[in-house]
Design a protein around this ligand. Structure first.
Ligand code: HEM
Length: 114
């Protein structure tokens, strides 16, 4: 995956990073904790080191719930980005934000650092 592409200012993920920076004291979760939420009853996903509880969105997803469930309890960054979701989709995703992945479990570097 070409990470630089995602970080250009016009990309929706630029805003996603900004809102991460603006968070005052986010909740941090380990990958182990996230991995417990791998089902229809409780579905958490990680996108860009941020954690989303998308359980209540599963039934509304235009691409079907199965595709999200494939990534339940794990990192869905490349799946979410590769599909080319719209800005609206990114905004909807933000409604389900619950916290940040603990730094030692991160798959991607922290772009808010210099
Ligand atoms: C986890 C990985 C995900 C994959 C692989 C995925 C895949 C897809 C696919 C294939 C479609 C196209 C459906 C169609 O046109 O028939 C779609 C549409 C959509 N998805 Fe996802 N999705 C994922 C997660 C999410 C999440 C977590 C959200 C929001 C909470 C979301 C929001 C949307 C929206 C709003 C659309 C409509 C088109 C758009 O605005 O981009 N998706 N998705």
């Amino acid at each position: 995956m070409d990470i630089k592409l995602i970080l250009t200012k016009d990309e929706p993920f630029g805003e996603l990073q900004l809102s991460a920076v603006n968070q005052k004291s986010p909740a941090y979760y380990t990958l182990k904790e996230v991995s417990k939420h791998f089902s229809y009853d409780s579905c958490w996903i990680i996108v860009w080191n941020r954690i989303y509880n998308v359980t209540d969105y599963l039934q509304q997803h235009p691409g079907g719930m199965e595709i999200i469930l494939e990534f339940a309890g794990s990192d869905a960054t490349s799946a979410f980005i590769d599909k080319g979701h719209s800005r609206v989709a990114v905004e909807i995703l933000e409604d389900y934000y619950i916290g940040e992945l603990t730094p030692e479990d991160r798959l991607y570097p922290d772009y808010s650092s210099p």
